[in-house]
Structures are given as C-alpha cells and as structure tokens.
Design a protein around this ligand. Sequence first.
Ligand code: G
Ligand code: G
Ligand code: MN
Ligand code: NA
Length: 249
Amino acid sequence: RAIEGGLSLAIEKGELSLVYQPIIAREGLEVVGFEALLRWNTEDHGPISPAVFIPIAEESNLIHELGDWVLDQSLAVLQGWPGQYISVNFSPRQFRRHNFVGRIMESVQRAGIEPNRVQIEITETAIFDDADRAADTLYKLRQMGFRIALDDFGTGYSSLYNIRKFALDCLKIDRSFIDGMGRERESAAIVQSIVHLGRSLGLGVIAEGVETEAQVQALRVAGCSHLQGYYFSRPVALEIANEIAERRY
Ligand code: G
Ligand code: G
Ligand code: MN
Ligand code: NA
C-alpha cells in the first residue's frame, strides 16, 4: 500500500519529526514533563496524522523501526531540559515486542538517561489482552525506574478491579471526558471517579485535552494531579519546548 511504502522510507528521507506537549502539575503549575508526539510530513501528500499511519505501521515490523526512532529522538532532547521527563507513546505491538524491557533499558543506558525521566504511555488494549505477561513487563520496567502511564483511560475495557495488578504511576483521563465535563453530568462524574480511583491506588492522574479555563478550575477542584492540553500549549517544536520547560503557568 502507498502509505506503507512511503512510511518505510520516511526515516531516511527525514520526513518524520517529533513535537512536544507540556504536562503541568496542578500544584505550582510547573512543567514536569512533555509528551512526545510523532509527525509525518510527506513530500507528496503533506502531513499525515499518526492516527492514520500508526495503525498501518502496527500491521508490520515497521512499527518497531518508527518506535526505535521516536525513542532515540525523545531521549536525545532530555539533555537540554532541566529536570523534566519525556512521555513516549508505545502501541500494543511495541509493548509486546520480544525483549521490550531489555531493549528500552539498552537505549536509555546508551543515551545516559535516568529511567525516571522516561514515562512509558500504553493503552488498556496493550495490557489487558495478555494481562499476566503485561503485568510482568510493567513490574520489570517499574523496578528499573521507568514511569508508567495508562493512556486514554476510561475508553478501554479495563475492569477497575484489575488495575491494581499493574505497576503504574499514573492514569491519563481520555480527553473525551474532559471535553464533556462542562456539558454532561456523566463526564464530570466519570472524571471525579477516575481521580478517586487514582488517589486510592496511589496513582497520579493526568487530565488530557484541557482546553478552557473552566476545565482547569473544575479539574483542580476535582483533585486531578496533572493537566495537559491546548489551554496550556499545543504540541510544539523542540525550540519552543525548550523555552516552555522553564515556565510556570
Ligand atoms: O498527536 P495526535 O493527536 O495526532 O496523535 C494521534 C494518535 O497517535 C494518538 O493516539 C497518539 O497516542 C498516537 N501517537 C502519536 N505519536 C506516537 C508515537 O510516537 N508512537 C505511537 N505508538 N503512537 C503515537
Ligand atoms: O492518544 P493520545 O492521548 O496519545 O493522543 C494525544 C493526542 O491528543 C495528540 O494527537 C494531541 O495532538 C492531541 N491533543 C493534545 N491536547 C489536546 C487538546 O487540548 N485538544 C484536542 N482536541 N486534542 C489534543
Ligand atoms: Mn498519549
Ligand atoms: Na490519550
């Protein structure tokens, strides 16, 4: 297929880049980390969204080539930031790759980075399909010092009961719930219960897709520990991220 062919050349053609979106602590409103988000600007068709090309890459080993590139770039930028972490998205197939733990540790050591400056974002789908093996992988990663975030939380089919089996640091509330907060009581109630769940399990809770002042206020009242979204900053190029890293919102 056309996308697959283009993607396999994208790295060498220099068509890939990363943008960075700050994650802000509710207390003190400091930038504690950045999420790295992949961008592909094709010569022939302009920009193509990762929502389109990641699922295609997932169908083959291309996802591993892309993932390795993303991780190496992400680790390299940490050198320029005072103390922030980088939060990197891993698709289910990456997470289940043979020797995932060993590979990521090797990359981090090669880059001379402390594992606690790297947050691994995975979705519920990645861990619930083969829960025992996933629990083992997460345990090892956490032992090594990596941070683990459960992305798009609330949209998958994780039973709340099962969550406690997994070594996690935080839950990222899917942005659809943040978006609905001002309009539907259900969304606000779901946000509130995720925050309670996180608290009672000793996990941080990051609200994604925060776009308005009203959402910021509501999320602070709800007790959400971290905030991320266009209200603070869109995902930005490295030079801008470097400036934002020093900022207090
Ligand atoms: O940045 P944007 O909202 O367009 O991202 C769309 C989707 O692509 C999101 O689900 C996001 O998690 C995913 N995505 C973005 N960058 C990466 C990446 O580097 N690796 C993986 N596996 N997914 C990514
Ligand atoms: O699946 P994941 O949570 O990794 O996806 C992150 C995606 O959400 C990225 O594509 C990013 O561009 C997008 N995003 C980040 N902040 C906002 C926001 O405030 N509003 C909307 N609509 N999208 C956002
Ligand atoms: Mn994410
Ligand atoms: Na998400």
